[in-house]
Design a protein around this ligand. Sequence first.
Ligand SMILES: [Fe+2]
Length: 371
Amino acid sequence: MRRIKLTLLEPGMKIARPVYAGDGRLLLASGLTLTEKFIERLAALGIGSLYIEDVLFPGKLNVRDVVSEKTRSESILLVKECFRNLEKEKNINTWAVRQTVNELADEIFSNRDILINYFDIRTYDDYTFDHSVNVTILSVLAGISLGYNRLDLRELATGALLHDIGKVSVDKKILNKKGKLTPEEFKQIQQHSLAGFEKLRSYYEITTLSSTISYQHHERIDGSGYPRGLKGEEIHEYARIVMVADVFDALTSDRPYRSAYTITEAFGIVKELEPTFDSKSITAVLSNISPYPIGSIVMLNTGQIGQVVDTHKKDPAKPIVRIYFDRDLKYMEFPYEIDIYKSEFDLYIEKSLNDEEIAKLNDEAKFLIRA
Ligand SMILES: [Fe+2]
């Protein structure tokens, strides 16, 4: 199986992994054959990509998740509920926040040896809620890498999960605007940091440090951020982590004004964010994400092409690859696996193949298989 962009889907392709909506509802079960109508519906739902069965890469994949589908959708629902309550001028249910945060943080802690496979399939409408949960997962893992204890992790998770809650005070039309923002509109968006901080700190159950994440997540180390233009260590460590996680997740998502960057591109961009972002936090966040997620198709420096089937936390750039195409691009009916991390040869991944390159490979290989 293999993940493919929605625009490259064709009727007749078979779904290899179930597709869920942002709230955890099952949209399409695995094994289902796509029709023109299904593809149209997926596009209407804003789904960017999904896993299909592929004759060239027939092996099953064991994608391990840091957070279970159940915990993820419960967390998304909780963020949604917090936003809805504030919109209706009701209170946030801080008891529910605590329950969910504890569950989420503890689950991430017990799965801390797993690298994140950034292969999310998400619906567009739910961006803010889904994004908040992704930012929390990235931040908590970074916190674990930095040696935080469970209490610190929960405090960090609470602030990360609700970091954008101030957006309830911003006009939705501005938030979802496709074109460039006017200075006045940008000013309005900027107000979400302070608005979020003020809302959160009015609850005694939410610590000031958790609330500070909302206040400071758009500050930048060199003082170029907002709302106060704080510099370096004036910005709390929690906020320095969340700002990196926030940018990484935003880059890998489709937005109204641009389509998502690939994981490799996002890695490249985030690595270059110093000195605007904190280097310790950049390293901590990136060390927990697989630059070549399970399922991606990669080319080795030897010219061999294969699919990533597992990853090593010790060296995220050196996964286990199932080789399907030999160095002369001959398709192998009986693929073999190479563990780059353990290999005694000087092996590394040259590049990830994009959907267009894989489609080309497919055409050539199908021709070869037939021949
Ligand atoms: Fe924000």
